[in-house]
Design a protein around this ligand. Structure first.
Ligand code: AMP
Length: 249
């Protein structure tokens, strides 16, 4: 079996995001970038399935500028076999990303596509769902446990009320939750070996899909500053303040 895993380069989750003065976006120059955290879980799960002997090949794909290749290299360093870098110097919305991934799926013919549940930069939570719809494949989103069977997968999903178990026939699209596993660190020898693994290059606008963005970003603003809290002496004071000042009870 073969897995295609989608990995996106985003601003590192530890970085304090700074909005540009003209409101046109956020600062990315000299800012630490990393793999989108749930995409590390998607890669880790693929590698575990390969180690279990059920999967033969893992192909890691990213769509982004030249530096996005680092994201693919990282996936190669933890166990992916091959990489694909679809080059685009401009931001592409989830719809365009899903269309590009569909093209890659048609070429690579994987049994499963693993993605993160959500990218922490745009917070869209759309790409996996759109890709599944376009391919007409079953989808299991927010996966926190994956059990691969012969022609299907049993997935435990995180939902508002708790956990839900579903079974999807292969081929299928799986989006991964942070609770799915503990991503491993790449060892130095594996980082060195990953440099020799092949990465195919393509250009997004040459793939023959319409990747025009549909959403126009008008302005990016800092969230309003929160006022400092106060300490209350006892429950009675708390209740009184909630009733008379905040007027929420
Ligand atoms: P989103 O729908 O933007 O929240 O992204 C969900 C998931 O789609 C991410 O966790 C990635 O696995 C995948 N994805 C989104 N954008 C890209 C990209 N530019 N390159 C590779 N994978 C992506």
């Amino acid at each position: 079996m073969k897995i295609l895993v989608a990995v996106k380069r985003v601003i590192d989750y530890n970085v304090q995001i700074r909005v540009k003065e003209d409101g046109s976006g956020v600062h990315t120059d000299n800012v630490k970038m990393s793999t989108n955290p749930p995409d590390d879980n998607a890669t880790e799960e693929s590698v575990k399935l390969k180690e279990s002997g059920k999967v033969k090949e893992i192909v890691a794909v990213t769509i982004g500028d030249d530096k996005a290749q680092e994201t693919v290299r990282k996936a190669l360093a933890v166990g992916a076999d091959r990489g694909i870098h679809v080059k685009s110097d401009t931001y592409i919305e989830p719809l365009g990303i899903a269309k590009i991934l569909r093209k890659v799926v048609e070429k690579e013919k994987p049994d499963m596509v693993f993605l993160g549940k959500q990218a922490i930069d745009d917070d869209c939570n759309q790409t996996g769902q759109m890709l599944a719809a376009m391919l007409n494949w079953p989808q299991a989103t927010f996966s926190s446990k994956v059990t691969l069977k012969d022609k299907s997968m049993e997935i435990v999903r995180e939902i508002d009320e708790g956990l839900e178990t579903v079974e999807v026939n292969l081929p299928a699209v799986v989006t991964c939750d942070l609770r799915l596993n503990e991503p491993r660190y790449a060892s130095l020898p594996n980082i060195m070996k990953a440099k020799k693994k092949p990465i195919d290059q393509m250009v997004a606008k040459d793939l023959g899909v319409d990747i025009t963005n549909r959403v126009q970003q008008l302005k990016v603003e800092e969230p309003p500053k929160r006022k400092a809290g106060i300490k209350v002496a006892n429950v009675a004071e708390l209740v009184s303040k909630l009733k008379n000042e905040a007027k929420v009870i």
